[in-house]
Design a protein around this ligand. Structure first.
Ligand code: ADP
Length: 263
């Protein structure tokens, strides 16, 4: 544990010599833990009052004063947004507190079909949505967390692609590595934004993201889930053309398709 708290770096010093620099990281790690606990506690405390506000707002009928109707619609939409932010923050806290996740067989055919249905429900016929299953390989990992990560990528594709665009959800092997990807013909992301895009609350355009119901936490969740699966996120994007978000898994996570059950 002590070794973990030391930041060790080896740097070239003089001809044939190296300098070993050790830095005490315990203070930094303590602060990081305080930050994590604080976020988790605040989110947890906000959950109950928000549920109450949300519940009562749903009960109010503006029969007496119809001019209240637009105000109620706005209040309901904002309270839903707050609830979603709190839920996403709690998801992130939960992921940060974990060193590993369950290692189960993730039935990719099932997950992909659910994702397609989710995309269709969000798109409401405004996009052409396709499923491109190029392998019947399954994955080892946590079905729940992987589904939530993939779902975030699919929902972003729908939300950042104008009506008439197309979205392709793909599952394939690149060499021996299983890859899940979502390609859209949406607004794209400029290269200058890419390095920060997975940070909490980082957005290219906050108003657009808010309009489309985003919390600014989706890609952070994706990043954490992939880290827990030792997988990486690759983003290729061109402004005005579209984006591809790929989750690249290690070959050791590929599982031959389960044999068809007989009898
Ligand atoms: P948000 O809730 O704002 O969508 P995310 O963390 O999911 O939060 O995404 C961060 C930002 O990345 C978004 O606000 C948006 O600017 C950009 N982004 C994410 N996915 C896409 C996409 N498929 N096309 C264009 N921009 C995207």
């Amino acid at each position: 544990d002590d070794a973990l708290r030391l930041g060790l770096r080896i740097i070239p010093y003089a001809e044939g010599q190296r300098l070993l620099v050790a830095r005490d990281m315990s203070k930094l790690m303590q602060l990081e833990q305080v930050r994590r606990d604080f976020v988790a506690n605040v989110s947890h405390e906000l959950r109950t009052p928000l549920t109450v506000v949300h519940g009562y707002l749903d009960l109010i009928e503006p029969d007496q004063s119809p001019e209240l109707e637009p105000i109620l619609v706005e209040l309901r939409s904002q309270s839903r947004r707050m609830t979603q932010i709190v839920e996403d923050l709690l998801t992130l806290s939960r992921l940060e507190a974990q060193d590993s996740l369950p290692e189960e067989r993730v039935s990719m055919t099932g997950v992909l079909q659910t994702l397609r249905r989710e995309a269709e429900a969000l798109s409401l016929g405004r996009h052409a949505i396709s499923l491109d299953l190029r392998t019947d390989t399954d994955l080892t990992g946590s079905t729940k967390e992987l589904h939530s990560a993939f779902s975030n990528l699919v929902s972003n594709a729908v939300r950042y692609t104008p009506a008439g665009g197309s979205i392709a959800i793909r599952w394939e092997l690149r060499g021996a590595e299983p890859v899940f990807s979502v390609t859209d013909t949406g607004q794209g992301i400029a290269p200058s934004h890419l390095p920060r895009i997975t940070e909490r609350f980082y957005r290219v355009s906050s108003s657009r993201s808010r309009d489309t119901g985003g919390t600014g936490l989706g890609l952070s969740i994706v990043k954490h889930v992939l880290q827990l699966h030792q997988a990486r996120l690759c983003i290729e994007s061109e402004v005005g053309v579209g984006s591809t978000f790929s989750c690249v898994f290690g070959a050791e996570r590929a599982l031959a398709a389960a044999a068809e059950e007989t009898g």
